[in-house]
Design a protein around this ligand. Structure first.
Ligand code: SME
Length: 189
């Protein structure tokens, strides 16, 4: 290879590195690498990243946005996101999410999300078609898990909703790990 070409390649590579580093610095972007391993190991990895995200930022919407992206990127689920409690309207209102368009509001006690809010507990749904009152935001959804996010006062402030296009995609293991993830938000409500 001619010295000139090599010199140009090195120059180009250096410029790319400087540009990317600059972008990361300016936008305070989080870097992400998909982790392979069994589910427990994947959650361990995700929870470590989620802790980092929550340590560096207190804005609830920003943190929820990145947590939705983190779960979506790692597990490739159909829909990952949050609904926030709107006490005045007695409903949940759509928050940050990744995935197809979703219902904007869910009344208290309705659907899987409204049930998780009303009963302040995680709800694992192996087959959404068999869940009475399930709200179908996407026709592709087959199973779902919803976890309540509690504030400092122990009240439900939001729910984390995850949909899969595969039946039986969630277990109590998912619920337990996602509860840990939601607990990281406690101080931010
Ligand atoms: N299926 C949910 C509604 C929200 S979407 O799935 C994003 C429910 O029944 O509450």
């Amino acid at each position: 290879m001619a010295v000139g070409t090599l010199y140009k390649m090195i120059l180009l590579y250096t410029a790319k590195v400087i540009l990317l580093t600059g972008l990361l610095f300016i936008q305070n972007m989080e870097s992400f690498t998909r982790f392979t391993g069994d589910k427990a190991a994947q959650y361990q990895h995700i929870l470590a990243q989620a802790t980092q995200i929550c340590t560096h930022e207190n804005n609830l919407i920003a943190v929820m946005a990145n947590l939705s992206a983190l779960l979506s990127q790692q597990f490739g689920w159909l829909w990952t996101g949050f609904y926030l409690v709107d006490e005045a309207a007695n409903s949940l209102v759509l928050g940050p999410f990744q995935g197809p368009l979703a219902c904007t509001r869910i009344p208290f006690g309705k659907g899987v999300c409204g049930t998780a809010w009303a009963e302040a507990r995680s709800v694992v749904v192996p087959d959404v078609h068999a869940f009475p009152g399930h709200i179908a935001c996407s026709a592709l959804s087959e199973s779902e898990v919803v976890v309540p996010c509690l504030g400092r006062d122990g009240e439900v402030k939001a729910v984390l909703d995850i949909d899969s296009d595969v039946f039986n995609d969630f277990t109590e293991e998912d619920a337990a790990n996602l509860e840990q993830l939601c607990a990281l938000l406690k101080e931010k409500f």
